[in-house]
Design a protein around this ligand. Sequence first.
Ligand SMILES: [Zn+2]
Length: 406
Amino acid sequence: VVDDGRTTPATAGTTVVDHIGLLVTNDPARGAGPLGVLHDAHLVLDGDRVVAVGTGPAPAADRRIDAGGRCVLPGFVDSHTHLVFAGDRSAEFAARMAGRPYEAGGIRTTVDATRAADDGRLRRSAARRRAEGRAAGITTVEIKSGYGLTSEHEARTLRLGRELTPETTFLGAHVVPAEYDGRADDYVELVCGPMLTACAPHARWVDAFCERGAFDVDQCRAVLDAGRRAGLGGRLHANQLGPGPGVRLAVELGCASVDHCTHLDDGDVAALAGSATVATLLPASDFSTRQPYPDARRLVDAGVTVALATNANPGSSHTTSMAFCIALAVREMRLTPDEAVWAATAGGAAALRRDDLGRLAPGCRADLVVLDAPDHVHLAYRPGVPLVSVTIEAGRVRFPGADAPD
Ligand SMILES: [Zn+2]
């Protein structure tokens, strides 16, 4: 790949990406199948937007990126992460692989480490993980709080998260902190009151962990209702470790997304299918906790909109690789490679209610990935191989960036 614009810092002017062997647009009106696939294609970018998509010879532009016959697809939209944290839980992972069960309470280990870290350390480690994800093709990331669990520490997490993305989520109801042991309702009152007031200015979304060992359905409803009154959109962690009422609560409250969705009954699937709530599946956490995978095939066949996300976090899913999630979704959750790639791009955009992301069509944000592969199937076909050769985010080449070694 020749990147003529490598030393051009700003997004000003037009860029052509040409000689694209296979282009995934996710725009069925523009190309073949649900992925809107075009062959021998080009893209024209102006500033941070896509302005034209076509086949054959490309028009003149200020800069040219030659894809050399490779595959280009929309950048991955990672709609569920916990990127701002301190500490390491590899010993817990090793113990779990040796047979200890996964429980929600392990989150407290990260809470202690995160509270103890200063802003600089949290900022640097989160930026490092963001760069890691960008190098793996992630152009949009959502970031949750939930490792502070005091008004001050939750607001700090969201403030630092905002430096990396506008898609920040207040997750004060992640776990009951140790100092509130046996007083979960008192903690929920704090979350819905002063903590929400401190956090709402730094957040777009509110989320809660609806699970045995975390928060019950009434507590989650209180948190999401309070968040909505403060102007935040709803999301929910639910049905990860066992069946429960979380999925139906998310649908009832019109949440943008309900995440995990491993243990679903027919009523849950029917509720999702008749709703605008996206089922966001997080297979890397099922992998790392040796839990069953959700049945993505059943969801897609029922007409549910499915997204894939990394759930990047130190306890249950310490990865920033969407390609790994795609491979798991294909191998273990019975999605086709086309469906998995759609879920990791357009599905993630739907989970964030963003119609400018996850597609390559005029007006969309210029977020795209050049794969070192002839087609997108290679993401699942070549598991564990880093196939992203260029990541363009809002029209700028961010990987390999101007500061990347030659
Ligand atoms: Zn999560």
